[in-house]
Design a protein around this ligand. Sequence first.
Ligand SMILES: NC(=O)c1ccc[n+]([C@@H]2O[C@H](COP(=O)([O-])OP(=O)(O)OC[C@H]3O[C@@H](n4cnc5c(N)ncnc54)[C@H](O)[C@@H]3O)[C@@H](O)[C@H]2O)c1
Length: 373
Amino acid sequence: MSYSKIGVVGLGIMGAGIVEVFARSGYEVIGVAESEAAVEIGRGNLAKSLSRAVSKGKLSQNESDVITGRVTFGPEFKLLSDCDLVVEAAPEILSLKTSIFSQLDQVVKPSGILATNTSSLSVTQIAQATNRSGQVVGLHFFNPAPVQKFVEVIGTKISDPDVVASVTALGAALGKRTAQVTDKPGFIVNKLLLRYLNHAVQILDAGSASKEQLDAAMRELSNYPMGPCELLDLVGIDTCVEIMKTIHADTGLDIDIPAQGMLELVADGKMGRKTGSGFYDYSQSHEAPTDSDELIKAQVHLDLVTAYLGDCIAMQATGYASREDIDAGMKLGCGLPEGPFEVIERVGLSQVRKNQADLANRTGISSYQPLSL
Ligand SMILES: NC(=O)c1ccc[n+]([C@@H]2O[C@H](COP(=O)([O-])OP(=O)(O)OC[C@H]3O[C@@H](n4cnc5c(N)ncnc54)[C@H](O)[C@@H]3O)[C@@H](O)[C@H]2O)c1
């Protein structure tokens, strides 16, 4: 399988970034969205990202023009007919994705591979909307796609192993660290990341800490590039709610019910940066949140990190992903300074397990108990 022409469907936060990734790597790219207006937003997203790179001196104007020249935008799916691969990055709604895949199946040449950038939905169900389910995989980029150096490649039980191998090689050719995973809600990174984000909003909902305390705690005490509320705003709170619904449908655990604070913001139309406000207002420049209550910051930091490390241990112990892939995913996909297993090594497994038991006993939530070894 060889790739020269790549299609991208959906040109929002992720789609426009994925267009940029392929165009920067020399591929001819076709970017499609559902209307002329949506296409214009996508074109603007690409232009903004490239001009930011030019103004930072990371790209010359000439390179930016060459990249832009590789991309054709339009609102019609038939533009994708001779693409070797089409990556779908439409909203995280299963019925929408299956409808898009059934349309793609009609218009894309029979040898074309179809990939979804879904964060949590069943790739198997999406594949079944086509008559080429063996040629459908998940290809999950991270935000911002041109920056984060990790992709998850999701093969289903019905994916052709050669297709999975070839898409994995393509991911590596784009300069990304790849991890092959099976089709489970949230895959590696979002299962871990979204639980952590949801946990932070549960703490906020309970009134135990403010958003500034949560964000400052993770920035200052773990050196995260941003705190959980800031990250929810970056990812899109609507997307995060949908991911948590899928994870909750899989686990049935109360801790996976989307936190009320996210549901309320979405109901108010405040989805985060993309709508101008979410937990924070982005009409003015956003500064790193600060707070001087060291005790509260230390407590929420301990609770969030403890639950997250417990999830990482469980994911590895159940054989879903290796510690190398988990560490790489959290560092290269989310920009965290350390992988969770590096943290566990530093803190000590027995201390982490003790922290887990303390958290479970203090909150009365048995899901936080350490795994029995
Ligand atoms: N936001 C993130 O951080 C992130 C990270 C990784 C993966 N994802 C996944 O990527 C996908 C897209 O998320 P996003 O954050 O870019 O969403 P978004 O809301 O920013 O963009 C969605 C895009 O899809 C387009 N669209 C809507 N309906 C369409 C249709 N019928 N046909 C074609 N295009 C249509 C919209 O115009 C928009 O361009 C989701 O599956 C999400 O889970 C998101």
